[in-house]
Design a protein around this ligand. Structure first.
Ligand SMILES: C[S@@+](CC[C@H](N)C(=O)[O-])C[C@H]1O[C@@H](n2cnc3c(N)ncnc32)[C@H](O)[C@@H]1O
Length: 377
């Protein structure tokens, strides 16, 4: 990436030589160019929210910025990118969306996230630290910035306008007008699950901002809940890409002897899964882990993996994560262990499962979704 201060070598995490997606985009470059052209003072506490792969904080490392991210992958990418560019990791304070934000923010840089809810939550959490002199600049691709995005900045921080578009990217300029009154934060948001979905029928689900389908039960997840395997006895089960944890909680409620590991790369998701589990007073054993798929789970140690894999990375459609999840499951499962997957019919997951496991069985299907099962032989 070319910055006003030189070239940076950047990669996504995990690095995949076949992956052609870059670790930065025109909106990162536009923001950095703007800061240099305007000779923006970067003294005091500089905070970068939603920096996708660490491009912003790596470029601004000399100003000892704070990065706030919901993504484990983004945090790992940042660490690796700092090292790749010879920057000491300690130059950047790496915070997650679950950590308390800094008490005072003098420069607030916001890479607009895909989720408006996450943006709302982040701005509300940061608002008390923002003062009249805080420089607030948002950035994103034109297609990611909507009237609703600008309204959020206006409502939470103060008057907001946008720049002209450059290379399909746009900047957001906001002049903070702190009211002194804290605004209520609607997140986390809890709701009661509908009937007809097995052990979690009528139960509570807790969602931190930005979590997959945070305000209602996803129709795919609903279909999955209606077709989960029913077995009893001590088993090690993984809810892979757990989101709000509704799937793993269903297994734990049905089978109190199951040990459930909830994994997600989103800090908000793992916090939601923990809260959902706790809200339902589930008996038994559970572990909650922020991480990349099944990395770190010992080979041959798991009996059952359940997953509704993501097929987006930010705005891009990709099956890279699903592939990694399936091959990770194959490694983590014991012989005879099973991977159960829900997916849109058109994604053709059965082809991948057959290639990796040598088998794939249709457990249930409707015109839109399929539940598939692959057994480790
Ligand atoms: C389609 S959502 C499913 C959420 C939940 N299981 C449900 O059905 O409601 C996919 C989840 O995978 C998570 N995810 C994406 N990449 C991941 C990775 N590399 N490792 C672990 N989780 C990941 C996302 O954060 C998201 O919560």
């Amino acid at each position: 990436m070319t910055t006003p201060w030189g070239e940076l070598a950047l990669a996504r995490f995990p690095e995949d030589p076949r992956e052609r997606l870059r670790a930065w985009d025109a909106s990162d470059e536009y923001l950095l160019r703007h800061l240099a052209d305007q000779e923006t003072s970067l003294s005091g506490t500089v905070v970068a929210v939603g920096d996708r792969w660490g491009a912003l904080v790596t470029a601004l490392a000399a100003h000892r910025p704070v990065q706030i991210t919901d993504s484990f992958l983004a945090q790992e990418a940042t660490r690796a990118n700092l090292e790749r560019n010879g920057v000491e990791t300690g130059s950047v304070r790496l915070l997650t969306t679950q950590d308390p934000p800094p008490d005072r923010v003098d420069v607030l840089l916001v890479r607009v996230p895909k989720s408006l809810a996450l943006l709302e939550d982040q701005l509300l959490r940061l608002a008390p630290a923002v003062h009249e002199g805080t420089v607030v600049v948002g950035t994103g691709m034109v297609k990611e910035i909507h009237t609703s995005t600008l309204r959020l900045f206006e409502r939470i921080l103060g008057p907001t306008r946008t720049s002209l578009a450059e290379k399909k990217a746009r900047l957001i300029f906001c002049t903070p007008e702190p009211s002194g009154e804290p605004t209520a934060n609607p997140w986390p948001y809890s709701y009661t699950l509908p009937d007809g979905i097995g052990p979690v029928s009528g139960r509570t689900v807790v969602n931190h901002a930005g979590v997959f389908c945070a305000d209602r039960l996803d129709i795919g997840t609903r279909f999955f809940l209606q077709h989960l395997p029913v077995t009893k006895g001590t088993r090690r089960v993984v809810d892979l890409g757990c989101g709000n944890g509704v799937v793993g909680t269903a297994v734990a409620l049905a089978d109190p002897e199951a040990e459930v590991l909830f994994v997600d790369e989103s800090f908000q998701a793992v916090a939601s899964a923990k809260a959902t589990y706790k809200a339902n007073g589930v008996p038994g054993h559970a572990e909650f882990r922020v991480g990349d798929g099944l990395a770190g789970v010992p080979a041959g140690s798991v009996d059952l993996v359940l997953s509704n894999p993501p097929f987006h990375s930010h705005q891009a459609t990709t099956d890279t994560t699903a592939w990694r999840m399936f091959s990770g499951a194959r490694r983590a499962l014991r012989p005879g262990g099973e991977l159960w997957v829900i997916g849109n019919r058109h994604l053709g997951y059965h082809v991948k499962l057959r290639r990796l496991f040598g088998n794939s069985r249709l457990v249930a299907g409707d015109p839109k979704f399929v539940v598939l099962k692959a057994v480790k032989t």
